[in-house]
Write a protein that binds this ligand. Structure first.
Ligand code: ATP
Ligand SMILES: Cc1cn([C@H]2C[C@H](O)[C@@H](COP(=O)(O)O)O2)c(=O)[nH]c1=O
Length: 212
């Protein structure tokens, strides 16, 4: 096995609620760790004080309040958890990041320009793995797993959420992130993980490091 590169790689996994973000994030962490990389798996809302507050308030607060809380959590998460790991050379994988901030509070009818402005100073990921799936497939996955939050409980259709995610991915690509879309409708979880694993290895190689 070759030596993993020393510079960190920041990977965000995002997409509509129930598409498979947490499943991929967990499995990808194991694959990359098995390759010999140091991998830090995290999520937003974070486990920090602002993230805990945001999670507690998600079902009760209005969109503007949540937009500010989630962005504050993102800044705190970056400064206290993500950046230190990247500086130490780890691969950091976060389940939800800027794209969720641009999409979820837009579903709460917060002005998208305001959401983009709020998130403008936030460091984009190096690689965004943007998961997609047909509406009906997402509905089945959510029904099988069970819903976690009001966005899923009140969800008439994920088509609006999916469209906002496509726009968010374009915006984040414009900020300099490499965006790889994984259309998961007809893929098993193993196939999704294999593709994501390839994209991370490609990103490591492109940065001049060595994919283990
Ligand atoms: N490629 C896939 N094929 C079939 N089922 C899948 C696939 N990926 C995930 N699932 C299943 O779909 C359900 C939702 O997955 P998961 O919890 O990872 O979604 P999520 O995007 O993290 O959801 P949330 O937005 O609520 O955090 C789970 O039961 C999971 O096992
Ligand atoms: C980052 C972020 C998250 N949210 C919301 C969306 C969900 O209700 C929860 C996360 O739930 P999960 O099942 O643990 O993925 O947080 C949000 O509204 N805005 C955001 O920016």
């Amino acid at each position: 096995m070759s030596t993993p590169m020393s510079a960190g790689l920041f990977v965000a996994v995002d997409g509509p609620s129930g598409v498979g973000k947490s499943t991929l994030t967990r499995a990808l962490t194991i694959r990359l760790t098995d390759d010999g990389h140091t991998v830090h798996r995290t999520a937003e809302p974070s486990d920090g004080p602002i993230g805990s507050l945001a999670r507690t308030m998600t079902n009760t607060a209005d969109g503007a309040t949540l937009a500010c809380l989630y962005t504050a959590d993102r800044h705190h998460h970056l400064a206290h958890e993500i950046e230190p790991r990247l500086t130490a050379g780890a691969i950091v994988i976060t389940d939800r990041y800027i794209a969720s901030g641009l999409v979820m509070q837009r579903l709460d009818r917060v002005d998208p320009a305001y959401l983009r402005a709020l998130n403008q100073p936030v460091r984009p990921p190096d690689l965004l793995l943007a998961l997609t799936a047909d509406d009906e497939v997402i509905r089945r996955r959510l029904t099988r797993r069970g819903t976690h939050n009001r966005y899923q409980d009140q969800r008439a259709s994920s088509q609006e959420e999916a469209a906002y995610h496509r726009e968010a991915a374009q915006h984040i690509a414009g900020q300099g992130a490499l965006v790889q879309t994984i259309e998961t409708t007809h893929l098993t979880t193993d196939a999704v993980v294999a593709l994501a694993h390839k994209y991370v290895r490609d990103a490591l190689t492109a940065r001049g490091g060595v994919a283990a």
